[in-house]
Design a binder for this molecule. Structure first.
Ligand code: 1HA
Length: 278
């Protein structure tokens, strides 16, 4: 793939090629642990990918082969959340602790395009929650999955708990959180936490092939199916998104456009020409 890099980032890399956006967490010296700035940059990159109509599928990954993401950067964890080092970000750097990975989790679920987690090495703590939030996960055979919260003084009682439970079942989710063990890629596949396990050398080519297969499908159909999968678990917010998509589809119909045209032409709308469907 001829990845084209764009954007000004320090903690991530944003690249695109042939309808795919690849977003890479780039802090390999900390196993791609995130700090607030990393998350602000990820949010920006996901926003760019969402807005780019040439992008149909997004890949989230980590730099190097040792880790996808090891969660929140414990070395900059303050007493009220994660605090950027002085000067890390001119806007975010206010000495205030943040848990802004939660915003990214929501964003990944709201983006109306499939997001694939491409996992090599460690997928741990808040990093594992990110892959759980992604639509699909392709793992290299060196991947290791686990939660560490109760070991390091943290927990994710949101998507990290009940979306995981929905993904792997309640008993297994409890085990993952209560015991804080690590699981191999094969074990993760068996429990339904990943879609496929491939040799490390084939990780990107396989992930790209899955993305290309989705790019051959109807973008609107994928959008609606993704929304449908999240509607129930996201409650009113999920319904709101699904309802918005219904409005978008309605706007694209001649019937809705007749309403708009009638208003502009200062005439009564002729809705009679449209069937009252059974
Ligand atoms: O739970 C939440 C949240 C919940 C609600 C709302 C927001 C949340 C936000 C975040 C989180 C969390 O993510 S809590 C969980 C945080 N993560 C962890 O507890 C994982 C910590 N790391 C490890 O357990 C291990 O490093 C490892 C199992 C991933 C790998 O072990 P290994 O192979 O022995 O490597 P290690 O030597 O430990 O790591 C390599 C380097 O990366 C080390 O650097 P060094 O100290 O030698 O200079 C290590 O310190 C660094 N590193 C790894 N993970 C982190 C890290 N540095 C900072 N933060 C890390 N998470």
């Amino acid at each position: 793939m001829d990845w084209q890099r764009s954007g000004e980032y320090t903690d991530i890399i944003y690249e695109t090629a042939q309808g795919i956006a690849k977003i890479t967490i780039n802090r390999p010296e900390r196993h791609n642990a995130f700090r607030p700035r990393t998350l602000f940059e990820l949010e920006q990159a996901f926003h760019v990918a969402r807005d780019d109509s040439a992008v149909g599928v997004i890949i989230l990954t980590g730099a190097g082969e040792a880790a996808f993401c090891s969660g929140g950067d414990q070395k900059i964890r303050g007493d009220d959340g994660y605090v950027d080092e002085t000067g890390a970000d001119p806007v975010a750097d206010q000495g205030i602790g943040r848990l802004n990975v939660l915003d990214l989790q929501v964003q990944i679920r709201r983006i109306p395009k499939p997001v694939i987690a491409m996992v090599a090495g460690y997928s741990i703590g808040g990093g594992n929650v990110l892959q759980v939030c992604c639509d699909l996960t392709i793992a290299a055979d060196n991947a290791r999955f686990g939660q560490t919260g109760p070991k390091v003084g943290s927990f994710d009682a949101g998507y990290g708990s009940w979306l995981l439970a929905q993904t792997v079942g309640l008993k297994k989710a409890r085990e993952i959180w209560y015991l804080c063990r690590q699981y191999t890629a094969e074990e993760a596949e068996r429990m339904g936490m990943v879609n496929a396990v491939v040799p490390l050398a084939e990780l990107e080519s396989t992930t790209v092939a899955w993305a290309q297969e989705m790019l051959e499908k109807s973008p609107l159909a994928l959008r609606m199916v993704k929304g449908a999968m999240n509607t129930v678990t996201d409650g009113a917010a999920g319904m709101q998104q699904f309802a918005g998509d219904a409005t978008m589809l309605y706007y694209m119909s001649e019937e809705a456009q007749e309403g708009r045209e009638a208003f502009k032409q200062k005439r009564a709308p002729e809705f009679d020409k449209f069937p009252r469907r059974p």
